[in-house]
Ligand binder design. Structure first.
Ligand SMILES: C[S@@+](CC[C@H](N)C(=O)[O-])C[C@H]1O[C@@H](n2cnc3c(N)ncnc32)[C@H](O)[C@@H]1O
Length: 274
């Protein structure tokens, strides 16, 4: 589908794993003995990075050994965190083939190939049977999903009854345009950011009951302030998401920060049950 290809093209990089490994080597990490914590600055592709994943994890009562779906798994940072810290078996799916390859390779490098797996697929056509998973999560992906009702219906279908679905997405808060590029889109053709109200409605149509909702605007502003402090401190650039976002990273980050600061959008968690 043309839209899916457009989105995958937006995220595709070309030499991502080599650049990540070079940046980590430059920061003194040995590519032969990497840990998932070493990767966290480059593989947690959402506002607040690993801290945001930890904060979400604290609210998810899935036991060790649970089978969990990661919708839009990116480079695999959240899945490796959950596999390592929670003992879950995580299956990621993602539209971007390069991300699936890099996620697979990074998991192998840090010894998590048995508990994480990734494949190319769309959230709107999940290649799994009914009731295959105990839980699912989706971090900073819905902004690219035009038809959220279909994607949520798919997640509902593959979850066991009562299964958890945790979302952490950037959601619309106010009226007004924002400039592109932003980290999830180079232009309006691939931007489908929506309000928390739309998410709640679409989740309900798919059969989910919303359990909690938490706006993370203040957390986002604090994490932007920390980012600015690190940049102001100078020194050689540390490994970070600028590698993943490529040449337009500074504009993407500035436009995202501006949107949150102006109250146009904010990251929000919504946790629901099938
Ligand atoms: C901003 S990244 C977030 C990656 C990851 N969830 C994380 O937090 O590190 C968005 C990811 O969603 C994927 N994506 C976007 N739309 C998708 C869809 N309809 N189905 C599957 N993956 C999708 C992109 O390829 C990209 O890897």
């Amino acid at each position: 589908m043309a839209l899916d290809q457009n989105i995958a093209q937006h995220y595709a990089h070309g030499t991502l794993e080599a650049e990540i490994l070079a940046a980590l080597a430059g920061a003194g990490k040995n590519p032969g003995t990497l840990t998932s914590a070493d990767l966290a600055p480059v593989d947690e592709f959402h506002i607040g990075g690993r801290q945001a994943t930890k904060d979400l994890s604290a609210q998810l009562d899935l036991p060790s050994g649970a089978r969990v779906l990661d919708v839009g798994s990116g480079l695999g940072g959240p899945s490796r965190f959950f596999a390592e810290e929670r003992g879950w078996h995580v299956q990621g799916i993602d539209l971007t083939p390069e991300y699936v390859d890099v996620a697979t390779s990074l998991s192998r490098r840090v010894g998590l190939a048995d508990t994480t797996a990734y494949r190319v697929a769309s959230a709107s056509a999940l290649p799994f049977g009914n009731r295959a998973f105990d839980g699912a999560y989706m971090l900073h992906v819905g902004m690219n999903i035009a038809d959220k009702k279909t994607a949520f219906a798919e997640v509902y279908r593959v979850l066991k009854p009562g299964g958890l679905f945790a979302i952490y997405d950037v959601m619309l808060e106010g009226d007004g345009d924002f400039p592109y590029p932003v980290p999830w889109s180079a232009g309006p053709e691939t931007n489908f950011i929506a309000s928390a109200e739309t998410y709640r409605k679409d989740l309900a149509v798919a059969g989910f009951s919303v359990v909690t909702e938490r706006n993370r605007r203040d957390f986002a502003l604090a994490s932007f302030a920390q980012m600015r402090q690190r940049m102001a401190a100078g020194g050689p650039p540390a490994p970070g998401l600028q590698i993943v976002m490529g040449a337009t990273a500074p504009q993407k980050v500035a436009n995202m920060m501006g949107g949150v600061q102006r109250g146009l959008f904010a990251p929000v968690e919504i946790i629901s049950r099938a």
